[in-house]
Write a protein that binds this ligand. Structure first.
Ligand SMILES: [Zn+2]
Length: 347
């Protein structure tokens, strides 16, 4: 079949309407339903539970809650599962092509065939995606910018790349893994075996290690640095410099519309964004190259309370559904030659 024919068949089989997305986290699970205009028309948030069976039950419960809300608002026909697609964002190593999740430590999942199990339970096409990739897609859509890099300042440091509105996995699933770029080979050892990785200075775990006397550490570091405390100033300089370098790497390698900071560390608030922008502005004053990158203007931050994870999962699930026209839920879970995996990035 030619590409044009495949394309026309895909268009003919798209059913406009319900796209469901679920973001599974270590303590909460959130679900959304998007309408044709990408508006959130149903929302559900509840506590999440540990272990394979409980995670599946949580996913099923949230899906049913979303469908019930839609049925009540619109009428039964439009909320039929046959018109829905579901995307699930979850931490851990995710093989999207096969729907497999492994090493999702904060959900006590060693290995789980989540895609197939959710499809069997819900009778709808299901895509499983890494949660940071899903959040990146949600942030891209929310900003209406097709090319973004989402830097996740979670326990670790990772990033996801959205190119022309699609998640860029790379050939083996490691696209965007900037946390283990060594930026100072004489510096701290990293769990990956190298020294001086970005993650050893610009990540939640690194900040906590630098400043164990407060939890969360960064607001305390900022406050004490402002008050002139020398060790706080040094710690802050290390952290902000590391984050700025991550932003600079993203800007120089991908030239995106926006570079977005997300993840748990961003709970620090606007002060963090201001500090990183100030560092990038200072670098631009001593380097014409950095100045041309115009990084402060492209830098954004998303709050951890936004629904970008679930929205992005919904968009990713719908995109897969379109790519596989007419595929039954079982067929859409069929084997693929190239698994897309991604290391764990806890938010
Ligand atoms: Zn490393």
């Amino acid at each position: 079949m030619t590409e044009a024919l495949q394309s026309s068949k895909a268009t003919a089989t798209i059913k406009p309407g319900l796209r469901l997305g679920i973001d599974v986290g270590g303590t909460k699970i959130e679900g959304v339903a998007l309408d044709e205009s990408d508006r959130v028309v149903a929302f559900c948030r509840q506590d999440s539970h540990q272990g394979n069976q409980s995670v599946l039950e949580d996913v099923v419960n949230v899906t049913h809650s979303l469908l019930t809300q839609i049925r009540q608002a619109r009428g039964t026909d439009q909320a039929s599962p046959s018109t829905a697609s579901l995307g699930i964002g979850i931490p851990g190593l995710v093989d999207s092509a096969r729907g497999l999740v492994s090493e999702a430590v904060n959900l006590s999942i060693r290995r789980m065939d989540l895609g197939a199990q959710a499809q069997a339970a819900l009778n709808m096409p299901v895509l499983v995606e890494n949660d940071v990739n899903a959040a990146a897609l949600g942030a891209s859509q929310g900003l209406d910018l097709p090319c973004v890099v989402f830097i996740n300042l979670g326990t670790g440091l990772g990033s996801s790349i959205i190119q022309d509105g699609r998640i860029m996995h790379g050939a083996t699933g490691y696209a965007g893994e900037i946390g283990h770029i060594p930026v100072d080979s004489h510096s701290l050892p990293c769990k990956c075996g190298q020294h001086g990785c970005l993650e050893t200075v610009a990540s939640g775990a690194a900040i906590q290690a630098h400043w164990p006397q407060a939890d969360p550490p960064l607001p305390d570091i900022i406050e004490k640095a402002k008050a002139g405390q020398a060790d706080a100033r040094e710690a802050l300089n290390t952290v902000i410099s590391g984050i700025a370098t991550a932003v600079q790497i993203a800007g120089a390698t991908l030239d995106p519309d926006a570079i977005i900071l997300g993840g748990g560390v961003t709970k620090t608030g606007p002060a963090l964004l201001d500090l990183v922008k100030a560092e990038l502005t200072a670098r631009g004053k001593t380097s014409r190259f950095v100045s041309f990158l115009n990084l402060p203007a492209r830098l954004r931050m998303v709050g951890s309370n936004q629904r970008i994870g679930a929205v992005g999962a919904a968009l990713a699930g719908a995109a897969q559904s379109r790519q596989r026209p007419g595929a039954s839920p079982k067929a859409s879970h069929g084997p693929e030659p190239e698994p897309q995996i991604r290391p764990e990035q806890e938010p």
